[in-house]
Design a protein around this ligand. Structure first.
Ligand SMILES: Nc1ncnc2c1ncn2[C@@H]1O[C@H](COP(=O)(O)OP(=O)(O)OP(=O)(O)O)[C@@H](O)[C@H]1O
Ligand SMILES: [Mg+2]
Ligand SMILES: [Mg+2]
Length: 476
């Protein structure tokens, strides 16, 4: 190490910094040497002239997951540049030059004004701003010091104690469905304003500076704090596009569009789960009908399971008991151009499976589902019955890891008990509440609302006035 390097700041992957010129006293930055330029999450970006100079005015929510604190800023625009985001989409962004303060050291840096923060960070510190001044230790965070809540309150006033409820949209299709009724009810019970948003009646404006979502007849949906996406398979494409658009409006979505989309693709999600070391029944997938025989051999021969990639509620899951039946089912589905996978049949499960309901990294309830007599599918919609079950620590870990792998904050994880141990069947992004609430008597809808409150740092004005059903403890 040269002498010069001793003078460099050692920073972790996240650090608090400030921007004195634009009056931002504290913002948490993601340190990302993979990005060239630094960026700040800004909205309501408008240009104006000061003499011959082009200036921009913009607003910033400096705190992560908090839309109550807003700072209005003005700065000279030094450029307008095409910037490629991590998702590969390039867009034009204004660039300002401003002073960065990091642990008392100050220097001017260029900042692009980005209008989305898919990573949740309001600020990204890129390598141009770091060159010659700092060394990154990616394994640590806040090497330059943490900021506690008191300090943040001092800077921004009280950031958490809100007296009124949140405005939460339920993005779904059928308001009469048990799960949707319960979510509306649970939110209202906890003092929030709940708005039912029919997916098909939402429409959006895609615009770099002012993206919008409108509802039936032009009503603007700009002030929602959070959205609960409950997207049925037939509207996955549009529902995910809407969810993504809410994310770009800085509305918190309980499950992200990306997580919903990838968990809907059964094949892709199984690949992701396997890659992360989670066990699944042996599964085969092929395109050409010429390979049907080998496909059957691959999963250990008949009896075997055939699943449509776009199935749900047990529809599109077939048990082929003989090799002949397997061949005809696979070929029949293929002739209809359906995407399907074949899977080893877990006979020893005897028509039972587990549904673990995961919220925010915890298993809040689990049930065992037993298929009706003569049926192998345990889905409630196929006549299965649910009962409370004690799940093992291994099963719990599997469910939590599966939700995490797919990036789902709320998930219904289906597990089957095999002779080889628990195997993952699938992970659902809009798991039904009826079966699990009825069997366990738990307030799962309330738990989902609480996960939003926690994420948005919302606390009831009078905690004792709100009915709480504390489900922090995992069900065993
Ligand atoms: N490999 C298998 N071996 C034995 N039984 C299986 C197997 N795969 C699925 N099953 C049974 O069939 C049921 C339905 O399968 P799966 O959960 O994969 O799809 P799905 O229920 O259609 O999707 P969703 O849960 O989203 O509605 C399972 O709950 C389980 O009881
Ligand atoms: Mg299932
Ligand atoms: Mg499913």
């Amino acid at each position: 190490m040269t002498n010069g390097e001793f003078n460099k700041l050692i920073v972790g992957s996240e650090e608090w910094c400030s921007f004195p010129d634009i009056h931002i006293p504290a913002v948490k930055a993601r340190v990302d040497s993979g990005a060239k330029t630094s960026s700040l999450h800004a909205f309501n970006i408008n240009t104006f002239r000061k003499g011959t100079e082009l200036w921009v005015s913009f607003e910033v929510h400096p705190l992560q997951n908090n839309r109550k604190v807003t700072i209005r800023c003005e700065a000279k625009a030094v450029d307008r540049r095409s910037v490629k985001s991590s998702t590969g989409i390039s867009e034009k962004r204004y660039v300002i030059q401003t002073t960065l303060n990091l642990n008392g050291q100050q220097w001017p840096i260029e900042l692009t004004l980005a209008n989305r923060d898919s990573m949740g960070y309001r600020m990204l510190l890129g390598r141009e701003a770091m060159i010659g001044r700092m060394l990154v230790d990616p394994s640590s965070s806040f090497c330059l010091g943490e900021l506690n809540q008191d300090k943040l309150n001092e800077y921004y006033g009280s950031t958490s104690n809100q007296t009124s409820g949140l405005k939460i949209g339920l993005l779904a299709s059928n308001p009469d469905l048990y799960s949707n009724r319960r979510l509306m009810e649970a939110g209202e019970e906890r003092g929030h304003e709940m708005i039912f948003l029919n997916i098909k009646q939402c429409y959006m404006k895609l615009d770099a500076e002012n993206p919008e979502v409108h509802y039936r007849g032009g009503h603007l949906l700009s002030s929602l704090d959070a959205v609960i996406p409950r997207i049925k398979p037939s509207v996955t494409f549009y529902g995910c596009a809407l969810t993504r658009h809410f994310e770009s409006l800085d509305t918190y979505t309980l499950n992200s569009a990306e997580a919903i989309a990838q968990s809907r693709d059964k094949l892709y999600s199984l690949q992701l789960l396997l890659k992360n070391g989670l066990d699944i029944p042996t599964t085969g997938f092929a395109n050409s009908p010429m390979d049907t025989n080998d496909l059957i051999e691959m999963v250990g021969g008949a009896p075997l399971i055939v699943k449509l990639l776009e199935g749900a509620q047990g529809r599109g899951v077939v048990l082929a008991e003989t090799k002949k039946a397997a061949e005809s089912v696979i070929n029949a589905f293929k002739s209809l151009r359906a995407n399907l996978l074949v899977q080893e049949f877990i006979k020893e499960a005897r028509g039972k499976d587990l549904r673990c309901f995961v919220i925010d990294g915890k298993v809040v309830a689990s049930i065992e589902r037993q298929a009706s007599p003569g049926e192998f599918r345990a889905n409630i919609h196929q006549g299965g019955t649910a009962s409370v079950v004690k799940v093992t620590a291994e099963e719990k870990k599997l469910a939590i890891k599966a939700s995490k792998t797919l990036g789902l904050k709320v998930a219904g994880v289906d597990i089957i008990r095999s002779d080889k141990g628990p195997l993952l069947l699938e992970v659902n992004s809009s798991p039904g509440l009826e079966g699990i609430e009825t069997a366990t008597g738990r307030d799962i809808a309330g738990e989902m609302i609480r996960a939003i409150e926690k994420k948005l740092n919302w606390k009831p004005a009078m905690p004792e006035a709100v009915a709480t059903n504390n489900l922090e403890t995992e069900q065993v």
